[in-house]
Design a binder for this molecule. Structure first.
Ligand code: ADP
Ligand code: TYD
Length: 202
C-alpha cells in the first residue's frame, strides 16, 4: 500500500488543470487507489459559497488584499472539512488549485503582496502538497479555451492577456523555487499525451 498523497494541479486559466485532475484521478483509481477529487476555491460547502463571492462580478470588485483573506478563508474550510479528513481516511487527494494560486494570483500580479500571502498561509494553512503539477502553456491559447466555456466565473479571465502572461511567469518562478515538489508539464499537447506524462510522474 502506498500512503495517501496530497497532489495539486496549478497553472493559468484554461491550461487544462481540471481535465488532467480528472484523468489522474481515474488513472489512480484504476490501480485500486482511493481518490478524492476536489478543487479551489471550493471543495467544501462553505468554501463553495466563498467561491461565488470571488469569481463573479466586476474585476475590481475586490482588492488583491481582500482576495488574499477570502481565498485563505475558503482554503482553511476546505482543509479542515475535506482535505485533512480524506487523507486521514487513507485517501489520496487531488486538488485543482491550492495555495500556489494565491501566491501567484494575489501575491504577484497587482503589486508585490507575496509576503502577506506567505504570512497568512503560515498562520492559517501551514501545509504544502506532496506533489504539484504546474501545467505551462501559451496564455493566448489558454485564454481562448477558458473563455469559450462561458462558465460565468470569469472574473480573472476578464483581467485579460497581459495578466495571464504575468501569471504564467509567476507559476514558472514557483516551480523553479521548489523543484522537489513542483513538476512543470507542457500543456501545448493533446490531453492524452499530457495525461501519459503526468501518470508516469505520479
Ligand atoms: P482549466 O481547469 O485549467 O481551466 P480545463 O481542463 O477546464 O482547464 O480546460 C479548458 C478547456 O480546454 C476545456 O474546454 C477543455 O476541454 C479544453 N482542453 C483541456 N485540455 C486540452 C488540451 N490538451 N488540448 C485542447 N483542449 C484542451
Ligand atoms: P478555476 O475555477 O480553477 O479557474 P480556471 O478553470 O479558469 O483555471 O479557478 C477560479 C479562478 O480563481 C482562477 O481564475 C484563479 C483564481 N484563484 C485565485 O485568484 N486565487 C486562489 O487562491 C485560487 C485558488 C484561485
Amino acid at each position: 500500500m502506498t500512503s495517501p498523497r496530497f497532489i495539486t494541479f496549478e497553472g493559468i486559466d484554461g491550461s487544462g488543470k481540471s481535465t488532467q485532475s480528472r484523468r489522474l484521478a481515474q488513472h489512480l483509481q484504476d490501480q485500486g487507489i482511493q481518490v478524492v477529487l476536489t478543487r479551489e476555491p471550493g471543495g467544501s460547502p462553505g468554501a463553495e459559497e466563498i467561491r461565488q463571492l470571488v469569481l463573479t462580478g466586476d474585476p475590481d470588485r475586490w482588492s488583491a488584499e481582500t482576495e488574499i483573506l477570502l481565498f485563505t478563508a475558503a482554503r482553511r474550510d476546505h482543509l479542515e472539512k475535506m482535505i485533512e479528513p480524506s487523507l486521514a481516511a487513507g485517501k489520496t487527494v487531488i486538488s485543482d488549485r491550492f495555495a500556489d494560486s494565491t501566491r501567484v494570483y494575489q501575491g504577484a500580479t497587482r503589486g508585490d503582496l507575496r509576503a502577506k500571502v506567505d504570512a497568512l498561509h503560515a498562520l492559517m494553512i501551514g501545509r504544502e502538497p506532496d506533489l504539484t503539477f504546474i501545467i505551462d502553456m501559451d496564455p493566448a491559447t489558454a485564454l481562448q479555451r477558458g473563455l469559450a466555456r462561458k462558465s460565468g466565473e470569469d472574473r480573472f479571465e476578464d483581467f485579460g492577456l497581459p495578466f495571464q502572461e504575468t501569471l504564467r511567469h509567476g507559476f514558472l518562478a514557483l516551480a523553479h523555487a521548489d523543484p522537489s515538489r513542483c513538476i512543470v508539464i507542457d500543456g501545448n499537447r493533446t490531453p492524452d499525451q499530457i495525461a501519459r506524462e503526468i501518470a508516469a510522474f505520479a
